[in-house]
Design a protein around this ligand. Structure first.
Ligand code: ATP
Length: 670
């Protein structure tokens, strides 16, 4: 590889990012030779060097000239004879102050001076005392990428170390910091997430300004990967999630074609527990993600909000009897640990779907299966679930088709005449109630052929719920409270959402004000369907560039640390998601409450303030890159001040995240 001089004069290297290094060093050298130290970035020499740490010596004057060297500052170490080598530098992070060889003597001098009441120090003593040492971590080495033109490679180790006196240490300029932080981030699909912020303290040294180095992320790093947001409440996690979700919208857009109508290569589903992605926040004076990207986002809400256009996160319980019965089953069992026997029997019934009935060959089986649905419809009707009669007619109407002879006998037993045919849900419910009564009180009703009972055990369970044997039992009234999840005009939202997501839309599920169990239910159901959809694409070799991103908040509820938990959809997404192009972004306050599997698989981390030492230590144990940052995470509390580590970064970057201000155009992204 060519040395620095040859590198600078080579026409092919004119655009190379490491030219910034050579320009920087040439300028520093000029300052030394001309004696003009104004604006010099030199900070000192290396006292001791190892493969992982280096101790540097510096003076107050150098520190002042570069605007201070706070903890976690990034410094660069270059060979003193840098011209002889290809352009490269090692990156150091300041960890703490270190003992220097003359510490004892300096303390002795200072002590003596004060003892002799001589607080005014002469310039020579001052100059003696102002030197100090800093311990730094060696983060790695930047050098020209061996395989790619105009690119930089960062290694986590050093290729060689020589004696300490052969190195010089500088505080990088903003241009070099930009290279240090952003050069390893893919050029494609970039967005700014914030600016480099080395300290929480914003007081610049006299005559100095703070760094203003934008920090870029690439959405390539988030596609199909796992991203964690850790930090106490109100520290800015959701704000970052909004920036990431928006950057996905902006950078993955494509022109739909007839063969491939997708608007984006990445579809997204945001499980919005607090309604903050779906709804504008007038207090914050901020537009939501959905408002800013109305063409790219679709909201589904359990409780629709007046100012937010949304589709209902509801189901037509009549049109999807199998699913809605399943929902009732989940809700009731979550409400009551030990429901009464008749309720339990009703919940245990397998209500067939219309598709299953269509697949049945025997017409008798079809009629019996349909009757189960009709019994269930009668229950819904008695519980006050409003039907869409057009849908009911399309689904085959309400006639249970009992034999005329049986009907006449049943109605006559209560001195009634059967209507010629059943055409309303009221007539249907009444007929089933009479049949149930007759079946219990008289001889068991028999099938037309006479070789078996008219009702099997599932029918009995359904009728037992429609018309309970005990007068005090609530029967259908028990499910009245779940009418809020029913909408006679709703389609199956899961199918609809999957279609939208596959098309590249961002679907926001506004789950605010919903019961936690309801939230969990909808989240799980949708996650299962999305997972199954991606698995299908994978097994039919059609995954290509079809990605889906899922965003979960309060992730400890979905991915608990409890190892005993059964493997469910969430742990599958955590473990196998990458294979199926399923990415996820999850937020929680405490890393220790999250499943170890998920933590171990997480590629990107965003950490705001955490106030518990065990939590931060857990994070550091999980990812060694956070080891040196424990104190900072514990001490600094500014909203949006985040320590970021993405797949493209080899070390943690302290960033002040931008406050989310929706970008309707592609202004923030490249
Ligand atoms: N980068 C930022 N700059 C300025 N203000 C911010 C920034 N990030 C967040 N905030 C403000 O901090 C407050 C909390 O932000 P946010 O809701 O993102 O926090 P959170 O960690 O997600 O909270 P929770 O865990 O309670 O959901 C909001 O008022 C938001 O406007």
């Amino acid at each position: 590889m060519m040395n620095m001089q040859a590198f600078c004069s080579s026409a092919a290297m004119q655009e190379h990012p490491l030219r910034r290094l050579s320009d920087f060093l040439v300028e520093e050298k000029r300052k030394v030779t001309s004696g003009d130290y104004e604006g010099s970035r030199f900070v000192g020499y290396v006292l001791e060097i190892g493969y992982t740490t280096a101790t540097i010596i510096t003076s107050d004057a150098f520190k002042k000239a570069v605007g201070g060297i706070p903890r976690n500052s990034l410094l660069i170490m270059v060979p003193a004879e840098y011209e002889k080598y290809p352009p490269h530098f090692s990156l150091l992070r300041v960890l703490e102050t270190a003992d220097e060889p003359l510490k004892q003597e300096k303390q002795q001098t200072y002590f003596e001076l004060h003892k002799k009441s001589m607080p005014e120090l002469d310039v020579f003593t001052q100059s003696e005392l102002q030197w100090g040492a800093l311990k730094t971590a060696v983060l790695g080495m930047y050098y020209p990428h061996p395989d790619r033109p105009n690119a930089v490679e960062l290694s986590g180790d050093l290729n060689n170390i020589v004696s300490a006196h052969k190195y010089l240490v500088y505080a990088p300029s903003d241009e070099l910091l930009d290279l240090i932080i952003n050069a390893t981030v893919p050029q494609e699909n970039r967005c700014d997430i914030g600016t480099l912020r080395l300290t929480e303290c914003r007081l610049p040294l006299p005559g100095q300004t703070m760094h203003t180095v934008p920090v870029a992320i690439s959405t390539n790093d988030f596609k199909g990967t796992r991203t964690a947001m850790f930090g106490k409440t109100r520290t800015g996690k959701s704000n970052i999630v909004k920036i990431i979700a928006e950057s996905v919208i902006l950078t993955t857009r494509r022109t739909p074609t007839e063969e491939d109508p997708r608007t984006h290569t990445v579809g997204q589903v945001i499980f919005d527990i607090n309604g903050e992605y779906a709804n504008d926040n007038p207090q914050d004076d901020s537009a939501s993600l959905a408002t800013a990207h109305a063409d790219d986002c679709q909201i589904y809400a359990i409780t629709p909000k007046a100012n937010t256009p949304s589709r209902p996160l509801r189901l037509d319980f009549y049109a999807h009897p199998d699913l809605s019965h399943h929902i009732l089953n989940t809700f009731i069992r979550e409400q009551e640990r030990h429901p009464s026997d008749y309720v339990s029997s009703f919940l245990s019934v397998e209500i067939p779907s219309f598709e299953q009935i269509e697949g049945m060959e025997n017409p008798g089986d079809q009629i019996r299966a349909r009757r189960k649905i009709l019994m269930y419809w009668a229950i819904l009707h008695r519980a006050g679930f409003t039907p869409n009669m057009e849908t009911i007619r399309e689904l085959g109407g309400v006639n249970p088709r009992f034999a005329r002879r049986t009907r006449t006998a049943v109605y006559q037993s209560v001195d009634q005449t059967p209507p010629p045919s059943i055409s309303t849900l009221e007539e249907l419910a009444h007929e089933f109630e009479l049949f149930a009564q007759q079946d219990r009180e008289g001889d068991r009703l028999r099938s037309t052929s006479g070789d078996h009972n008219l009702f099997d055990s599932d029918d009995e369970a359904l009728l037992g719920f429609l018309a309970p044997r005990s007068r005090s039992a609530s029967g259908p009234r028990k499910i009245q409270r779940y009418r809020i999840y029913h909408d006679p005009n709703a389609t199956n939202f899961v199918t609809e959402i999957i279609r939208l997501v596959v098309q590249g839309q961002t679907v926001i599920l506004d789950l605010s004000n919903a019961h936690p169990e309801v939230m969990n239910y909808f989240s799980r159901w949708l996650s299962e369907e999305i997972f199954a959809h991606q698995v299908d694409l994978f097994s039919s070799n059609a995954l290509n560039d079809h990605y889906i991103q899922l965003y979960f908040e309060e992730a400890h509820n979905l991915f608990p640390a409890d190892e005993q938990k059964i493997v469910d959809i969430y742990s599958r997404i955590a473990k196998e998601g990458a294979k199926y192009h399923l990415g996820m972004v999850y937020s929680t306050q405490s890393p220790s409450t999250i499943s170890r599997d998920l933590l171990a698989q997480t590629e990107n981390f965003f950490v705001t303030h955490i106030s518990s030492r065990p939590e931060v230590t857990k994070l550091a144990n999980l990812n060694v890159a956070y080891e040196d940052l424990i104190e900072d995470i514990l001490q600094t509390k500014t909203q949006g001040y985040v320590r970021m580590l993405t797949r493209s970064h080899r070390f943690v970057i302290p960033v002040q995240a931008n406050k989310f201000t929706p970008q309707p155009s592609s202004r923030r992204c490249a």
